[in-house]
Design a binder for this molecule. Structure first.
Ligand SMILES: [Zn+2]
Length: 116
């Protein structure tokens, strides 16, 4: 399977890369999926009811980097190289990304903070 994916994805230095350009959106976002780049996936279950937690909000120190330029919003592309255009909020959470995960079964159940 890994060989088939590598054949489909092509060389890393040509065109879009699956992980960096197509599957894992960097930056701030509501909902979506958690990027487990640093630690690998971990089970996130609600401590009150056991339901799998869902990402509510991701806060990130940058909206893109040199490997994720395909995610630069079209309106930001003309000035993408200026100053700190990649980090307009100037928020720097922990390791670069903080996810607030919530229980979809009951909003009163405890939240969980994930730093990646
Ligand atoms: Zn719960």
């Amino acid at each position: 399977m890994q060989d088939r994916i590598a054949e489909w994805a092509g060389p890393d230095d040509e065109g879009d890369g699956y992980v960096s350009d197509l599957s894992t959106a960097p930056g701030w976002k509501v909902g979506g999926h958690i990027a487990w780049n640093l630690t690998g996936p971990t089970a996130l279950n609600c401590p009150s009811c056991g339901t799998e937690l869902s990402p509510l909000l991701t806060a990130a120190s940058s909206e893109w980097d040199a490997g994720t330029t395909s995610w630069i919003p079209y309106e930001d592309r003309p000035t993408a190289d200026a100053g700190r255009a990649w980090g307009p909020t100037e928020v720097s959470p922990g390791r670069g990304r903080l996810v607030i995960a919530v229980c979809p079964a009951d909003p009163h159940h405890p939240i969980r903070l994930i730093s990646q």
